[in-house]
Write a protein that binds this ligand. Structure first.
Ligand code: NOJ
Ligand code: CA
Length: 562
């Protein structure tokens, strides 16, 4: 694949509401990010993805935009943002913003006019249907019908997510042009690009026909008729040509459910985007789509198979966006390591396993500290709209209140949205005021101050790992090299990164037991890992519990036939 500047980035995701509160009103803000730039520079990340900071009633914490060209006052002003962009640039850090264009807030001027002036052009900016009952039986992602009644009229509007997030009607050309203008306006401001929200939902099955119900509520999940529908490619191509193609920017799309056979259209040199996230391995604890109570058990082999399949597909077509956490997922240590979530070696091994895959690594705030999930005792402690929806759905499906709460604790998006623990003081040094959402119980032990410059800490490990990829002797292979998935044993994830005459074997022991591994003939030199003193005897190596190890294979013959 042709080389691009963004392939060598390490992206750090910021959830602004919970990063740092500079004016002590309990809500994180843009100046808070600017103040903490030295921490981010020290960590070594090269780009920030900032979750939405646009004006919003915050029903879904900013994923409900009421003005695309203004910022939420609690986050700061456009001047604060310009300052952040400038300060970050001085430190060699680029910024990408979140772009939420599948839907707006119901408080957006367009929607307000669509309701108050139904004969105006704005009515067609959204999806309305006349009738005395819901036009079909589709279920929204957060639970309940996708249709909401317009008060005082026999009319319904469509929302994929929450009721306060009406979907924009991409079939309307004028609406699309307004969106493109806005995107260009932001790119002209000097941001490096966008993470694009929920973009696979912009085209719907226009027959709007009912589907086979799949739950006790008699509804059917909407995604089969509203995600990756035929014709979406026309909109995505136009979006790219009228905006992204006109700027030297990077785009990474949240495009859930793109079939692997179609990946070529989405990424790669001619793709709609530079990268897309693949959620198949992130959602391996849930059987079907978004409903959290369809929990399934999984093994390390399942994780390996899903991850390596994803890597192979991404390699065939383009470049991957690799992550183990984000603001919609529980903490990775809790999800993937279970009862060993507090074992620092295990946390480091997990971090290294995905970090050296082929693609751009994304680190979510707090991941670099090894943060873990919380245990909330009542539903009142939750803020997240989908946690509340999923709790209701679990009850409808026959789960007890206790079981439903347990499911929500395991999966709640609030798990990753707790305030960033800067130290062990009250409110973790995030704010002097009670934060908008409760801290994680573990913050007195797991916080930045306890790990900065502390030998052996997870944070120092992440710092070293980032430096090893970015500036180490194997930079070119670890960034640009191809990947070859390897089968070693069920609880060891193994792959080879290789390029020209260099090959780096990457081994990750997911068991709390030793693993004896027989290597291929040749010279093997351990070059990096989470434990020191690894000995290779002949062609045998004994991996320690939760060991991550990178080995220089020093050979010219390791490249598989292409
Ligand atoms: C995906 C975002 O990541 C999530 O946080 C949000 O709730 C939905 N899209 C709706 O915008
Ligand atoms: Ca604040």
């Amino acid at each position: 694949m042709e080389r691009h500047w963004w392939q060598k980035e390490v992206i750090y995701q910021i959830y602004p509401k919970s990063f740092y509160d500079s004016n002590h009103d309990g809500i994180g803000d843009i100046r808070g990010i600017t103040e903490k730039l030295p921490y981010l520079e020290n960590l070594g990340v090269t780009m920030l993805w900032i979750c939405p900071v646009y004006q919003s009633p915050m029903d879904d914490n900013g994923y409900d935009v009421s003005d695309y060209r203004a910022l939420a006052p609690e986050f700061g002003s456009l001047r604060d943002l310009d300052e952040l962009i400038g300060e970050a640039k001085r430190r060699g850090i680029k910024i990408i913003m979140d772009l939420v264009i599948n839907h707006s807030s119901d408080e957006h001027e367009w929607f307000q006019k669509a309701i108050s002036e139904p004969d105006s052009k704005y009515h067609d900016y959204y999806i309305f249907k006349e009738g005395k009952k819901e036009p079909n039986n589709w279920r929204s992602v957060f639970g309940g019908s996708v249709w909401e009644k317009v008060p005082g009229r026999d009319e319904y509007y469509y929302h994929t997510f929450g009721k306060k997030q009406p979907d924009l009607n991409w079939e309307n050309r004028e609406l699309r042009e307004e969106l493109y203008d806005m995107v260009n306006w932001w790119l002209d401001k000097g941001i490096a690009g966008f993470r694009i929200d929920a973009i696979s939902y912009i085209k719907k099955d226009l027959t709007w026909k009912d589907r086979e119900p799949d739950g006790a509520d008699g509804l059917a999940k909407c995604s089969k008729a509203s995600r990756n529908q035929l014709g979406i490619e026309v909109f995505l191509k136009e979006l790219k040509e009228k905006t992204f193609d006109r700027h030297p920017c990077v785009t990474v799309a949240e495009a859930a459910g793109v079939p692997y056979e179609k990946m070529g259209e989405f990424i790669g040199d001619q793709g709609f985007f530079d990268m897309i996230f693949d959620f198949r391995y992130a959602d391996l604890d849930i059987a079907s789509g978004n409903e959290w109570f369809h929990r399934i058990s999984w093994t390390v082999k399942d994780l390996k198979d899903k991850m390596m399949k994803s890597q192979s597909v991404m390699q065939e077509y383009g470049w991957a966006a690799n992550f183990i956490e984000n603001h919609d997922q529980p903490r990775a240590a809790s999800k993937y390591l279970g009862s060993d979530q507090n074992d620092a070696n295990a946390v480091k091994m997990l971090g290294a396993m995905y970090f050296f895959l082929r693609g751009v690594p994304f680190v979510y705030q707090g991941q670099e500290l090894g943060m873990v999930n919380f245990q909330r005792k009542s539903m009142e402690e939750f803020d997240d709209i989908s946690s509340i929806g999923q709790y209701q759905r679990s009850l409808e499906e026959g789960f007890s209140e206790e079981a439903a709460l347990n499911i929500v604790n395991l999966r709640s998006r609030d798990n990753s949205r707790t305030p960033f623990p800067w130290n062990d003081e009250k409110y973790g040094g995030f704010s002097e005021t009670k934060p908008w959402i409760g801290m994680t119980e573990e913050y007195p032990a797991i916080n930045a101050a306890a790990q900065i410059e502390k030998e052996g800490s997870v944070l120092e490990f992440y710092k070293e790992m980032i430096a090893f990829r970015q500036n180490g002797p194997y930079h070119d292979t670890l960034v640009y090299g191809d990947i070859e998935p390897l089968e070693i044993c069920d609880h060891v994830i193994a792959y080879r990164r290789y390029r020209e005459k260099e090959a780096i074997l990457c081994l990750f022991n997911f068991a709390n037991d030793e693993a004896l591994i027989r290597l291929e003939e040749g010279e093997h030199i351990p070059v990096w890992g989470n434990l020191s003193g690894t000995e290779i005897k002949g062609n045998e190596i004994r991996l320690q519990p939760y060991q991550a190890l990178l080995i220089n294979e020093r050979t010219e013959n390791k490249k598989p036939e292409k």
